[in-house]
Design a protein around this ligand. Sequence first.
Ligand code: NAP
Ligand code: ZN
Ligand code: ZN
Length: 347
Amino acid sequence: MIKTKAFAAYDAKTPLKPFSLERREPNADDVVIQISHCGICHSDIHTVRSEWGPAKYPCVPGHEIVGHVIQVGKKVKAFKVGDTAGVGCFVDSCGKCENCKANEEQYCQRQTVYTYNSYETDGKTPTYGGYSSHITVREKYCLKIKKSLPLAAVAPLLCAGITTYSPLKRYNVKKGSKVGVVGLGGLGHMAVKLAKAMGAEVTVFSTSPNKSGDAKKLGAKYFIISKNPKNILDKSGYFDLIIDTVSAEHDINPYLQSLKKDGTVVLLGVPPTPHKINAFSLIGGRKRLTGSLIGGIKETQEMLDFCAKKKVFSDIELISADQINEAYERTIKGDVKYRFVIDATTF
Ligand code: NAP
Ligand code: ZN
Ligand code: ZN
């Protein structure tokens, strides 16, 4: 077994604390990664605080993982010792269902095994995430990362990057597309950078007036304070696509109104309470409201290659393990520029 140092939540209310666990020795198709960095996603916070239902404690969060391969199983072909690798939000799936076969393992019809707060396919071995020193994962669920890239700034691509890239591609964002991004946090800032890199004109809707300068630097043309719905309605009928990354309760009706005919609002954020939708917001202009969950392994690799080529990485604040709890409080306040990333050598 591989001795692994980690940080875990022991319940929904108290701060995360040091935790030890053992990773499995590699099976024939496994890769063992010594983690160098792991991003802090707002989903980690929702999960450990049981905001989406009771978490499985102790819970080691983290699904924006990069590191170096230190061992490989006998049949591993795609990775060798010394390679740089990434792991995102899931570490296994059935591999046989319609969605797995279509390279969308995140929608596995049997069981997507999430990187943490989940069970392996045996239904009983808990999964522990990337707030840890090592992880063992099947090679099929690992991503290839070029050695020369800035690894701390690459880590957030494994969730924030793919989660925003996938709907931008699906709804065909290209030169001249008008894209709105709601919420300038971890996902939001990646959505701005990626939409800009695809040639779109980007508008940020934010509750934080002090993020205006940053939004422009990240690639947005317009910055709109969303606290007053009138500001959103000034853009009625304007957008092809709006990506909503907000983690807390907010009104999405004004965003639906700011779409063009046949435009789409994609929900990525998961507030703990349900949205209220006025049917007229959808009916007038045949608007679409949809959601999207991360992305499959194939698309995640495509996104990583796109980001490497376009030099699109996350803006990060690097922290040590003992700063995780403080980082959670700052993330909740919207005070993060724009992703906290843990230096995994500090576990
Ligand atoms: P984050 O860094 O905390 O960013 C969320 C942003 O939402 C904040 O920076 C803030 O932006 C805005 N916001 C916060 N409270 C708000 C409020 N009361 N009203 C309006 N806006 C508010 O979080 P994240 O890591 O990007 O994650 C965002 C959400 O996406 C979370 O719910 C997370 O669980 C979810 N998520 C979903 C997927 C998926 O596959 N669909 C994947 C990853 C994460 P401003 O300061 O600019 O207003
Ligand atoms: Zn995430
Ligand atoms: Zn499946």
